[in-house]
Design a protein around this ligand. Structure first.
Ligand SMILES: [Mg+2]
Length: 169
């Protein structure tokens, strides 16, 4: 079961994941979690930074789709200005919505990655679907960021990953 939780890559924030890096992996589509991966729960719409990141991906020919376990009200509003394919109440860690998204995007396991902040839902679903998995620490209330970040880094799978790959943050 452990391998289902193990990411392939870790970044400090989503926007450190560059189009160049994704292109070097042959990635054509990013399936991304929303809450605490791209924005905190309490932020109803994308900020400029996220718009810029999505535009940068698009310029490199990389699609993005949202795969969220949150409800349609949250995700439709969040996606209002971006208008990317979006799947809510997606039932992660089950892979069904990821397979659905790849079918809609015309991509497959070889050129799609899963991005998220949670090992038990995002990494699991991505691994179950046979995708490369990229994990970022959860974005939360800024006041608690440091402590939450530290706690996330103490998760055994995250610690193992860091050790294996020599990540020193
Ligand atoms: Mg999340």
């Amino acid at each position: 079961m452990k391998h289902l939780l193990m990411p392939h890559y870790m970044f400090k924030t989503y926007d450190e994941i560059t189009p160049e890096f994704l292109t070097s992996l042959g990635v054509k589509a990013v399936l991304s979690d929303v809450d605490n991966t791209l924005a905190p729960y309490e932020q109803p719409e994308p900020d400029e930074r996220l718009h810029g990141w999505v535009e940068g991906l698009a310029k490199a020919g990389i699609s993005i789709a949202f795969i969220s376990n949150n409800d349609g009200e949250r995700i439709e509003l969040f996606n209002r200005t971006l208008g990317v394919p979006a799947y809510w109440k997606s039932g992660k860690p089950f892979k069904k919505s990821l397979l659905h998204a790849m079918k809609d995007l015309g991509t497959d396991q070889s050129n799609t990655v899963m991005l998220g902040d949670q090992l038990l839902t995002d990494a699991w679903a991505g691994n179950a679907a046979g995708l490369k998995v990229i994990i970022v620490p959860p974005i939360r209330d800024k006041r608690n960021l440091f402590f939450r970040f530290k706690r996330w880094l103490e998760i055994p799978t995250v610690k193992r990953f860091k050790k294996k790959h020599g990540i020193d943050w």
